[in-house]
Design a protein around this ligand. Sequence first.
Ligand code: ZN
Length: 324
Amino acid sequence: MKLNCNVIRDLLPLYADQICSGESRELVEEHLAECGNCSALLRQMHSTEIETSLKLETEDVLRHQASFFKRKSALVGAVIAGIFMIPVLVCLIVNLATGAALDWFFIVLASLITAASLIVVPLMMPENKLLWTMGTFTASLLLLLGVICIYTQGRWFFVAASSVLLGFSVCLLPVAVLTKPLKVLLGNQKSLTVMTSATLFFGLMMLSIGLYTKSSEFWKIAPAVSLPILVFVWVLFLLIRYVKISGLLKAGICTTSIGVFSFYADYFINIWIGQKISFPVFSPFVWKESTIDGNVKWLCLLCCAFVGIILIIFGIAKGGKRKG
Ligand SMILES: [Zn+2]
């Protein structure tokens, strides 16, 4: 009986797939009639077979659905793009008919391209939708600003463009670097890329504002205000990203140093640009107009230091425990 079971179990897969010879089938069926274990094994085989085929079928259906939706959304995108063309054509005809020199037509065109970048691009792009949308939206927004600037004969294009790029590099770039192509391209340099581009666009923005305002006062104040903040932010970034200590310790150091920095920055920056300013005085029991500023600064410093030092103590205690 035992030997029989083993022989039968070798045959079972062939029997289940109905590819064994007639003699084998008879042998197996005879055995199954009196052996509960082997019958159970056969039932199990059938059920896993069904599971696998169900799974394959589900995958197939899902794949079909996905490609169907991809085709549909490309079609919807094309239709919407066509609808966008209607106002463009109407404006073009009106503009030419009224004899205007196509000036405001380009504003309409650029605005519609900006809108299309948000609506049509995500529908039509088969892959990397988010990245394409962000890229085309940024480019078309810059185009729109440029066209309006030319139309209004302004000199403000670089101020507006660099501010937009700074805003995007702070808000959109951290999301964009997580999309597949950039993730692969940048590897471990994602946060460094975001920080560097934000810094570059900040510099570009300050430069544009300086050139736009043409004021010598700006060149005195702007570096005094922005350089310490830039250096501080970079030190915090390098600490958070590259120093190998526990998260609690990092949080503690950051909180404390933000408190200390914001307490002193105002004072030293004012001295740097030659403003007379007195060192903040703490008078917690006198809340008058003359003491509020100093009191608030001191309270911020004390709160940050308090929370920061608690975090540092917990960080050190936890680190010590792990080593021990
Ligand atoms: Zn058996």
